[in-house]
Design a protein around this ligand. Sequence first.
Ligand code: NAD
Length: 330
Amino acid sequence: MKILFYSMRADEVAPFNEWTKNHPDVQVDQTDKLFTEETAKLAAGYDGVVLFQQETYSDAAINILNDLGVKNLSFRNVGVDNINLELVESNGMKLTNVPVYSPNAIAEHASFLMGRLLRRVPEYDKKIARKDLRWAPEIGREIRNQTIGIIGTGHIGQVLIKIMQGYGAKVVCYDIFRNKELEEAGMYVDSLDELYKVSDIITLHVPAVKDNVHMINKDSIAKMKDGVIIINVSRGTLVNTDDLLAGLDNKKIGGAGLDVYEDEVGIFNETWEGKEFPDARLNDLMSRDNVIVTPHIAFYTDEAVHNMVTVSLDSNVKLIQGENPNTLVK
Ligand code: NAD
C-alpha cells in the first residue's frame, strides 16, 4: 500500500514519523510541494494521497490524479470548500476530511483573544516596549462581568461555553440546531437579535456556508450593544470587513479579535517583513489598539496537528482497503 503525503510542513514531521513507524506495512512518501497540475503526476503509482492546502485544488490536477487511477483522497483539515466535490464524485473518487481535530485549540484561542482585549494587552505591549510601566489609563474589565454571546454550539462552541463558565461569565447561545443538553440548561436565546442585544462579547463558531457569509454586517452591528467586542476564529467571510472597520471607527464596536480574515489566502502564513504589505484593510485592522489579529493559528497546536496527520492517514488506509470511514465526505 502506497500513500503520497503532499505539502508536508516541518511541524508535521514528528507525528508523521510516529505514524509511519507504527504502520510498517504502509509505504508513505512525502513532498513539501502543494498539490497542483504540475505536482499531481508525482502520485503515479500511489494508492492514495493525503492533502492540506488553503489554495484551491484545481480541477485539472484532480483529473490528472483520476487518470492515474488514484481515487483515494484524504484532507488533513475539515474544510472542503476549496475542492470541486461534484468532480470528485463524478470521477468516482473518494474524499475524507478530519472533522474534529481539537475543538479545545480553537476555543482556547477565542478565550485568549477575549482576555487580551479585556485587559488591554495590545496597549500595554506598546507601553512596555517603550519602558513605560505605568498602570493608567488602561484599566481592564473582568470576564465574569461580561455576557458572552456564542453563535454556533457545535464542537468548538460547546468547549468555549465551559471555558467561559469557568471564568464565571454569563453565557448566552444561539444555534439553528439546538443541542438538547444546552437547551435543558436554558442556554439558548430565541434569536440572533436577542443575542446581539444582550452580549458584551460576541463570538462566532459557525461554518462559512452561503447563508452565513457576512452575517456580521452593518445591520447586525447596529443591533449590538455599544462597545461590543467581536471575536472571529471561524471564517473570515462571516464578517463584512468594511462594516467592521466602520463600526470600530464610530466606536460602536469596542474591540475585535480576529484569527481569520476575508482575504487571508496568500497573506497569512507568509512573511511580509521588508516587503510592501499587500492588504490595506488588514493593515488598518492590525494597526489598531483595540484589534488583535492572529494569522489563522487557532488550530495550530501540537495536539491538533498530531490529530490532523494521524486521522488523515488512518482514513486514507481505510479508503484504500475499500472501507467507508466515518470521515468520508458525503
Ligand atoms: P460544528 O459543525 O461542530 O458546529 C457548527 C455549528 O454552527 C452547528 O451546531 C450549526 O448548527 C451551527 N450553525 C450553522 N449556521 C448557523 C447560524 N447561521 N446561526 C447559528 N448557528 C449556526 O463546527 P465546529 O467544529 O464547532 O467549527 C466551527 C467553525 O470553526 C468551522 O466551521 C470552521 O469554520 C472554524 N474553524 C476554525 C479554525 C481555526 O483555526 N481558526 C479551525 C477549525 C475550525
